[in-house]
Design a protein around this ligand. Structure first.
Ligand code: FES
Length: 318
């Protein structure tokens, strides 16, 4: 992690079944670094786990960061710690806000699509769009109403601005699932679409928006593709003048780290962007969830935690 900000857990609150809301403030109660809608912070948890969480409060607020965490049954230590061990008053180290899920504030119309805890960055976007007076609609999928955190806030934001919010609780009697493909065909032709939720939903969204890639935005919480771990290539670190062999089963980040070169990293699965590294020569085998198809083709940078090489040699700006 780069610059670290010590944050105190000011308040923990139940937001829905299995979802807790955390209010985080600077330990010295001073103003926090401003953030934009869609941004996230990386928290260093006391159990040595690093996790990224989207900020859900209104961009412009500097007295607190608000995050929400779903207690995932597949937790590898992050969400379980946040739910079971973290207490009000505890201090966590945070990165500065980063944004891989930028809101196009000039868009005349925005369509926000959330699955479960994926509502968090979209809530911040809806707040921002209201502040800008822009038109939007929000579609929120959850198992039941009791699982849908911030549903009342979403309804209130829609009511206050004359925009529309739709809910899909597919495990409630009579509940129905969102027709994602139909929705993506139906929205106005100039709309920007944003989707955050589980991987299956994001994959379906990407398929449904193939015709409008330049207006479709996604945020993955988990890896999009398997990491490239076939190895068998060489990495030259241009700045340090080091040449390293990447064997099968190891990431470039692992090999570079073992060689004593420090590269900031967090998620290690291609979703946070922390390890993005400039490519000076060679062709990457991109496996991250952040770069667009055009950026992957341009081959200017790569996430070295999960991406490998298609060429025998990669020269990196390290
Ligand atoms: S560490 Fe998160 S993208 Fe590489």
């Amino acid at each position: 992690m780069d610059t670290k900000t010590p944050l105190r857990v000011q308040r923990i609150h139940d937001a829905a079944l299995g979802v807790k809301l955390f209010d985080l403030v600077h330990v010295d109660e001073c103003a926090l670094t401003p953030f934009e809608a869609g941004a996230h912070i990386e928290l260093q948890l006391p159990n040595h786990v690093l996790r990224s969480y989207s900020l859900l409060n209104a961009p412009g607020e500097q007295h607190r960061y608000q995050i929400a965490v779903h207690n995932s049954p597949d937790s590898k230590g992050g969400s379980r710690y946040m739910h079971e061990s973290l207490q009000e008053g505890d201090v966590l180290l945070s990165s500065l806000p980063r944004n891989n899920f930028l809101l196009d504030e000039s868009a005349e119309y925005s369509c926000l699509i959330a699955g479960g805890i994926g509502i968090t960055p979209l809530l911040s976007m809806a707040r921002r769009l209201n502040a800008l007076g822009q038109r939007w609609e929000l579609h929120y999928c959850a198992r039941t109403g009791a699982h849908a955190a911030f549903a009342d806030e979403v309804r209130a934001l829609a009511a206050a601005s004359g925009n529309a919010a739709y809910f899909y609780f597919d495990q409630e009697p009579g509940g129905q699932a969102l027709d994602l493909a139909g929705l993506c065909r139906r929205v106005p032709g100039n709309a920007h679409l944003y989707c955050c939720g589980p991987k299956g939903m994001l994959d379906a969204f990407e398929q449904a928006t193939e015709h409008c890639r330049d207006r479709a935005h996604v945020e993955y919480f988990t890896a999009k593709s398997e990491a490239a771990l076939d190895g068998g290539f060489t990495v030259e670190l241009a700045r340090s003048g080091t040449t390293l062999h990447v064997p099968a089963g190891r990431s470039i980040l692992d090999v570079v780290f073992d060689a004593g070169v420090s590269v900031p990293s967090s998620c290690r699965e291609g979703i946070c962007g922390t390890c993005e590294t400039r490519i000076l020569a060679g062709e990457a085998d991109h496996r991250d969830a952040l770069l667009s198809d055009a950026e992957k083709l341009a081959n200017k940078s790569m996430m070295i935690c999960c991406s490998g090489a298609k060429s025998k040699v990669l020269v990196l700006d390290l």
